[in-house]
Design a binder for this molecule. Structure first.
Ligand code: SF4
Length: 365
């Protein structure tokens, strides 16, 4: 990984820490960085090996963008940077980020943490429980060995003891030594996106195997943290209906249910232009050769019968454990909730309440 630091980002603590440990190059600014003249799809790959420390002027706290006309859960995002060194063929970041490269906000520990602490104080005063995560525009832990950001956030959580949960979403393996760096707390959730072995091997380049993700989850539990799992995106292929429930069964047999904050499910969905760039970058991937329908949010997704078929394979396992584990569909219609789980969840407030109840339970420990 090559590290570049903007001139104006040099004084910040995160830059100083990284400069003390790794070789780096100072650049006038990320915007003025001269990229090679390469096709867009190649630049995305080159950009995954370049980390830019940027003096960020934008908003550190955001509402999860959700998606229009589907049920969204009211999640907050703590924005630590953009881009991911891992390389999933379905990753929406290939499209969202208008310029290549991994960006990390150099002023995070000063400006970002200040903003976060104010927000945590406010919500504690209002007694309104919060759920916040860092894994929306990057993997929360893929760059941890360089940045130490998640460790710093856990320490902040331990110090301020907020009324709410911090979710760190990832697809990497975390060794025991990582968890030994801080105290454990149920208010911090280590969350793994999970998939079948076939999809992990074929579509999630650079990520840990399912076995390694589950081993990390067990270690997180052993050290006093909560865990979560996201079946997202579930991808349809011949045999998927039997393989997805096997993954869920494995999780439920291995991880103590009381330690699982939630498990979400969501099938493949993407904005139309992603297909073009992803097919150029991953010519052997078959996931885009399926037939899709345009949803109310203008994203392409499987026809509802296929989505239901995938979800229904998990329904028995869900029903048998739903008293102990919170399950939810990510960005799905109320029709899916009703027809797959026989749950009438009419609106955004219903889904938010469901997850807030879990958050309150974990905060009361
Ligand atoms: S791990 Fe997540 S953020 Fe990283 S490439 Fe895969 S989908 Fe994108």
């Amino acid at each position: 990984m090559k590290i570049f630091i903007e001139e104006s980002a040099l004084p910040f603590a995160l830059s100083q820490e990284i400069m003390a440990k790794f070789p780096y190059e100072v650049i006038p600014s990320w915007e003025k960085f001269k990229w090679e003249l390469l096709p867009e799809e190649e630049l995305v790959s080159v950009g995954k090996r370049r980390l830019f420390l940027v003096n960020f002027k934008g908003e550190f706290l955001k509402h999860c963008p959700g998606t229009k006309n589907y049920l969204c859960c009211g999640y907050q995002i703590f924005h630590i940077g953009e881009g991911c060194p891992l390389d999933c063929s379905y990753c929406i970041l290939q499209l969202y980020l208008n310029r290549p490269g991994l960006k990390l906000w150099a002023n995070l520990l000063e400006d970002g943490f200040r903003r976060l602490i104010d927000f945590l104080d406010e919500s504690k005063k209002r007694k309104s429980v919060i759920r916040i995560g860092t894994g929306e525009f990057t993997d929360s832990l893929a760059l941890e060995a360089i940045t130490g950001i998640s460790e710093k956030l856990i320490n902040l959580w331990l110090k301020y003891d907020p009324y709410g949960l911090l979710e760190l979403k990832t697809k990497v393996y975390l060794p025991e030594g990582f968890y030994q760096k801080t105290k454990g707390t149920p208010k911090v959730i280590f969350a793994w996106s999970v998939n079948t072995e076939k999809i992990i091997a074929e579509e999630e380049k650079g990520t840990a195997s399912l076995e390694a993700r589950l081993k990390s989850a067990l270690l997180a539990v052993k050290h006093g943290f909560s865990v979560a799992f996201h079946f997202d995106p579930m991808i349809y292929y011949e045999g998927a209906e039997t393989e997805y429930p096997r993954v869920l069964e494995k999780i439920l047999n291995l991880i103590p249910l009381k330690k699982i904050a939630w498990i979400s499910l969501g099938t493949l969905r993407f904005p139309k232009p992603l297909k073009d760039i992803a097919q150029k970058r991953f010519p052997v991937s078959k996931i885009y050769s399926f037939e899709f329908v345009e949803g109310l949010d203008l994203k392409l997704r499987y026809f509802i019968e296929i989505r239901k078929k995938l979800y229904k394979t998990m329904a028995n396992l869900i029903k048998s454990t739903e008293r102990e584990v919170t399950y939810y569909f990510c960005m799905e219609s109320e029709r899916i909730w009703r027809e797959v789980l026989a749950v009438n969840l009419h609106d955004f407030a219903g889904l938010k309440d469901l997850l807030d109840r879990t958050a309150k339970r974990l905060c009361s420990h």
